[in-house]
Ligand binder design. Structure first.
Ligand SMILES: [Zn+2]
Ligand SMILES: [Zn+2]
Length: 577
């Protein structure tokens, strides 16, 4: 019997069960009910077998803590998106109160106390931490109010933004819905602008310029699938799927000016406008003008040309009129995929599958980096399993050689940095690897000095080749741990440790804004997908985008080396001391 397709992943199910437990606690339900969902989530999370088979063969009841009733509730996810109980709970807990649970460090019990005292939105919480209401509440106090304030402000800002990858999906969904409509008298064409076009790692209000239809025509069409459409002198403000979009009208003959002005950022546009003024011109969102006469600017390049400037690629417009960097890195320049996981640790695909996919995409080498033993929750490798994995890598290398393939596989690991800054394996294990990525996955709360010293010590370890996701941030979810980035970058430069630009759109860590000073210190960089499945290789493009925002070139990125040998040589080159 072929198992049915699993409609829900284990991770998603664990998330929903956890949420149910937290909402029950928030509502003050009897403890045993909340505990039952929490226990089921824990059991499921700890289950190491094939979840798909367990689910499709209706054997969830074999897990301790999942009784018949709950199992039936879970199987209902074959035909619905979320647990029935979540629907019931959502009806009882207002959205704003549910948002309180997103504040890091705020559990359901405290959120309940806040709710009972009338604080029922993130904005209200931020205000109440400021005006002393939270500090006066029983069980809180001034210190805790301060911590909650920081976390609430972070959650509040996060709620107003989307990660770049989410914004792309949102934009595509909107454009898709628009394309499905019978066109008004003319066909509207959208050009995304603003933060999305500039490739910022998170996007607030989505913005686009449209041509081919009047605001009035488009307004009528949008009313079919948007929650709210308001017309103004510049175009339309729209609410779609709970988020605000701004759509600016443009004539074809002034599309270039509209794109230049609506792409931003503000400082960049101001610089363009000043440049225009110096030439006796006026640049606005509706055109480039010489006196009353509008100059034809169908393309953005026309605007730049009229201002005597070279066209600037949108991702470079967060730096006011940066000098054009020659050989900005492009996705094609990345020749090797570095820092990847297989199902030896927490990846979803086998080593062979990861290799086959990397070859299929035309890369020259794949550098694996499964987790080390302290990352037990990610099935990190014991020293014995490191040996076993090396044997499998050797077998794959032999297969490649037998085929006459020049594709190379490098055996590395993502080695945890211990709280004291030592690495998770002894030198004799590390010495067997082709290379090592070092990173932090636990003990995020060390104070700034300890955290900084910890990382600097790791960076000084001669086996540490690449420092991965240096600040630990998860975009819109978790701020960076407290660390002196400048001091760590100095240590990287001093020791020749390569700085990772983690390309996973949830991280994009190191922040591109920090890259300039890292480069000035003499650091080298690696653009790494941190893929846990072959699909993750696609993330390289986000890493490249961030590197472009920072103005990096091929020469500064180690995995533009055309062969694995040349890549390793770059990793192992240490600065002369
Ligand atoms: Zn990691
Ligand atoms: Zn990783």
């Amino acid at each position: 019997m072929t198992p049915l397709e699993t409609p829900v992943s284990k991770k998603e199910l664990v998330r929903q069960l956890t949420e149910a437990s937290r909402l029950l606690e928030l509502l003050g339900a009897e403890a045993f009910r909340a505990n039952a969902y929490a226990a089921a989530a824990r059991q499921l999370d700890a289950f190491e077998g094939d979840f798909g088979v367990l689910f499709s063969e209706r054997r969830l009841g074999e897990l301790r803590g999942i009784g018949k009733g709950l199992a039936a509730e879970l199987y209902a996810l074959r035909s619905r998106e979320r647990l029935m109980i979540l629907d019931e709970l959502y009806a009882q807990v207002p959205d704003g109160v549910r948002d309180l649970l997103r504040v890091s460090g705020l559990g359901p019990k405290k959120a309940r106390l806040l709710w009972l005292s009338g604080i029922d939105t993130l904005a209200e919480l931020a205000a109440a931490t400021q005006d002393g209401r939270v500090a006066e509440l029983k069980g809180f106090g001034a210190k805790s109010a301060g911590t909650i304030r920081e976390a609430a402000v972070f959650a509040l800002e996060a709620a107003a933004r989307l990660r770049l990858d989410e914004a792309e999906v949102y934009a595509a969904t909107f454009a898709g819905a628009l394309a499905q409509l019978p066109p008004p008298s003319a066909e509207p064409h959208l050009y995304w602008t603003g933060e999305l076009r500039r490739g910022l790692e998170t996007v607030g209000t989505l913005q686009a310029v449209f041509t081919g239809a009047s605001a009035e025509e488009l307004e009528g069409a949008l009313a079919a699938f948007c929650e709210e459409v308001t017309r103004s002198e510049w175009g339309l403000a729209v609410t779609f799927a709970g988020r605000r979009l701004e759509l600016f009208t443009a004539d074809m003959g002034a599309l270039g000016a509209a794109l230049a002005v609506r792409t931003g950022n503000e400082a960049f546009v101001r610089a363009l406008q000043e440049r225009a003024a110096a030439r006796g011109l006026r640049l606005t969102g509706v055109g480039l003008f010489a006196g009353e006469r509008r100059l034809e600017t169908p393309a953005e390049a026309d605007v730049f040309e009229a201002l005597g400037l070279p066209w600037v690629t949108p991702e470079r417009r967060d730096v006011p009129l940066a000098p054009p960097a020659e050989d900005l890195i492009t996705p094609r320049d990345v020749r090797g995929l570095v820092h990847n996981h297989s199902n030896w640790s927490d990846g979803a695909a086998s080593l062979r599958e990861m290799v086959a996919a990397a070859r299929g995409l035309g890369y020259s080498y794949l550098a694996m980096a499964d987790h080390s033993k302290t990352s037990f929750y990610a099935n990190g490798l014991s020293a014995e399993r490191v040996v076993a994995q090396a044997e499998e890598v050797a077998a794959i290398r032999q297969e490649l050689a037998d085929e006459g393939s020049e594709f190379r596989v490098l055996h590395g690991l993502e080695v945890d940095i211990m709280p004291d800054g030592s690495l998770d394996y002894s030198d004799d294990v590390l010495a067997t690897l082709d290379y090592a990525v070092v990173s932090i996955h636990q003990h995020f709360t060390l104070d700034r000095m300890k955290q900084t010293e910890r990382i600097i010590r790791a960076v000084h370890n001669p086996y540490a080749d690449i420092l991965a996701h240096m600040t630990g941030r998860l975009l819109l979810r978790r701020p960076s741990y407290d660390v002196d980035v400048g001091a760590v970058l100095e240590a990287c430069a001093e020791t020749g440790t390569v700085v990772e630009l983690n390309a996973n759109p949830r991280r994009l860590d190191l922040d591109w804004r920090e890259v300039g000073r890292a480069r000035d210190l003499g650091c080298m960089f690696a653009i790494n997908p941190d893929a846990h499945h072959p699909n993750g290789y696609e993330d390289v493009r986000y890493g490249v985008l961030m590197a472009r925002k920072a103005g990096l070139t091929v020469r500064e990125i180690v995995n533009t080396a055309s062969t694995a040998e040349a890549f390793l040589a770059r990793l192992k080159t240490k600065p002369d001391v």
